[in-house]
Design a protein around this ligand. Structure first.
Ligand SMILES: Nc1ncnc2c1ncn2[C@@H]1O[C@H](COP(=O)(O)OP(=O)(O)OP(=O)(O)O)[C@@H](O)[C@H]1O
Length: 299
């Protein structure tokens, strides 16, 4: 488990992290969302022990991380601006990381690079931005560390590759309990992958919740009513949004699922079904409660 306690970090007069408290459970995918400059990279750098906090602490499995090799052995950090040795090849980078991480699996890394069609002996400076990201992801996964810190890792990957990386993370989570921590300015990129999402704004965490908990209390209903249906009868719902295309209505409501279903049955629609909500829709409702317009904070 990773814990941030009252974590603050400033760069002269810029407060990049302002008294952050967060817990990252083992086996979850933790998504860290926020606009440019919200403090995501600073949080990950502090978590990785690259930066020393001004106050507060970061504990990785109860160990302080700053200047602590034992704690640093537990994660691989894929930073936003990846660093490679000058004129190096993928093979040489793998050799370096396998000397740093005792759990590094060279064969696994080589087979991942093979599957990604990245030449082992090719100079990394001839790789595209997305290919460099793929190389880092392959090395991160092959390091077999418990935690994988990803800063905007999906940014610059094409949609097929993004899906492939999500599947790879899911497999690693299933097989060896990997815990990915993914920072992104784009909520949509984290769709389908996060168990827990933290929303960072101006260095502070506005919201930190399990996605399943957020989903419990908000529902999207698609339904069709009889022609003479009195729309006033929908007032019994706590409606967040209502849209229609002809007679097909899509209604987003708050409330307990069983109660929502019971109320729908009473309205005797021609047809209705509860649909999956996107992370974006869930976030809009959650942040509204806190008085924020999420679209100004994320998109
Ligand atoms: N080394 C530094 N020196 C001075 N200011 C810094 C430094 N690193 C970060 N900052 C400032 O701290 C704040 C948070 O920056 P950070 O890079 O953590 O944000 P971010 O959420 O990762 O943004 P982005 O999505 O653009 O990468 C910003 O105001 C930034 O200008």
């Amino acid at each position: 488990m990773i814990e941030a306690k009252n974590l603050s970090k400033s760069f002269e007069d810029i407060k990049a992290l302002d008294n952050i408290n967060a817990s990252i459970r083992d086996g979850d995918v933790f998504g860290l969302i926020g606009t440019n400059g919200a403090g995501k990279s600073t949080f990950l750098k502090t978590l990785a022990g690259v930066l020393k906090p001004d106050s507060g602490e970061i504990l990785i499995d109860n160990e302080h991380v700053f200047e602590n090799i034992k704690a640093k052995d537990k994660f691989f950090y894929i930073c936003d601006e990846q660093y490679f040795f000058a004129n190096t090849t993928a093979k040489e980078m793998i050799k370096f990381y396998s000397s740093v991480y005792k759990s590094f699996d060279v064969k696994k890394c080589e087979s991942l690079l093979n599957a990604l069609d990245l030449g082992l002996n090719r100079k990394v400076n001839t790789f595209s931005k997305g290919m460099k990201k793929q190389l880092c992801i392959a090395m991160g996964v092959a390091s077999n560390t418990k935690y994988l810190l990803c800063d905007e890792t999906f940014d610059g990957l094409d949609p097929v590759m993004r899906q492939a990386v999500k599947s790879l993370f899911a497999k690693e989570m299933d097989e060896r309990g990997l815990t990915p921590i993914i920072a992104s300015h784009n909520l949509r990129e984290l769709e389908d992958i996060c168990d827990h999402v933290g929303l960072l704004h101006k260095g502070g965490i506005l919201l930190s919740k399990d996605v399943s908990d957020m989903k419990l209390n908000i529902h999207k209903i698609q339904c069709v009513f009889e022609n003479d249906f009195d729309m006033d009868r929908l007032k019994s719902f706590d409606i967040m949004q209502i849209k229609n295309s002809g007679r097909v209505y899509t209604i987003t409501v708050k409330g307990d699922e069983d109660e929502v279903k019971a109320k729908m049955e009473q309205l005797n629609p021609v047809f209705y079904e509860l649909m999956d909500l996107s992370l974006e829709e869930i976030f809009i409702s959650e942040t509204e409660v806190h008085g924020y317009d999420i679209k100004k904070l994320i998109f």
